[in-house]
Design a protein around this ligand. Sequence first.
Ligand code: ASP
Length: 437
Amino acid sequence: MKQTVKVFKFGGASLKDPTAIKNVAGILQSYKKEKLVIVVSAMGKTTNALEKVVEAHAARNGKAFEILNEIKAQHYQIMEELFGKEDEAYAVVNDAFVEVEWVLEEEPHENYDYMYDQIVCVGELVSSKIAHAYFTKIGLPTQWLDARDVILTDDIFREGWVQWEETMDRAERIVVPMLAEPGFIVTQGFIGSTTENFTTTLGREGSDYTAAIFSFCLDAQDMTIWKDVPGVLTADPRVFENATKLDRLSYKEAIEMTYYGAKVIHPKTIKPLQNKSIPLLVKSFINPEGEGTLISNEVEDAYPPIVALEPNQVLLQISTRDFSFVAEHHISYLFNLVAEFRLQVNMMQNSAISFSLCVNDVDDKADRFAARISDKFKVMLDRGLELITVRHYQEDLLNNLRRGKIVLLEERIKDTTVQMVVKDVPVMRRRQTAQPN
Ligand code: ASP
């Protein structure tokens, strides 16, 4: 019979320094009797720093080793506080960094995304190695699991898509026997591997998704994401002063909100859990006794208004060069390219002579897409926009949100959701005119 297992995910903020790591260990102490799979992110802002290493290496500007050395120093400093000056964990962590140094000693790879994944993965590898060594040292025995041995993806680097059949099979073969052993399992979020054993990543902030993959494959009893907020809030508290915690949320509601920018959970996380009715808890690592938010099949009949803001949007207004209508065959051509470029479309609208797409402005994807269609279409790009999604809206809230903004697209979906693509009203300044005599 399968063991009952819980899956925990700890993000970068919960592991950012020795105090934070000790706090996580404190939380784990109270789950000593449970079977846990613990998925960890890279510590603090390590992934951002590693992205800088990749950029520097690609630009051959000679800074890559310097930035990597800073990252190493930060990790060794954390280790010194956790382990003292000597521990076998140092060699293990060093080995992981050495693999990155080998990549940096080579010429930059022509496939940037491939190179990115081979370098950036070290963040999760070292954080999980440090966590494993520390928890074991303080009497919380853990087994270290390489997530790449379990999660198989396609070979789209930086956005690996999970190959579910094989991943489930591997979980059964590799993880289930580990669960029969005493102690927790510690593994990495964010990373997987291709059939050729190249490391892939699942997209930024993808560790939540990793935890959901493990939960699905292991039929977890429940999954918990430990955050620095008390649970899922009705809005981003840094932007809205009256954001409040939601105690319960249906999967459907959670999918809608996270897809459109509620940053609390990675959007791909919910579906695997929903498919197996695995409850998802979002709890605070600062106040672990707090109730958090429970996301499950249960449907609440009344929700307060919930607001998600997604900055960094670009609106593409596409029209035919000969001013003919945008017809079916155009749309089918455009949609094929949207898929090829993996543009994440948040809103679209079609009129007789133009077709508008609002997408996340990631790297230079929108420019490359525009260049590709420029022989057939005229494309206008409007950047720096914000997508506002309001569920269970009230008119006065919408009016408030529109204040000081120009609304470029707006859509109401049933009577529950309003979406708007907005930009700030440019500040008008009076011209300095000569004074009349
Ligand atoms: N470390 C990765 C990131 O910062 C993945 C994660 O934390 O979820 O994007």
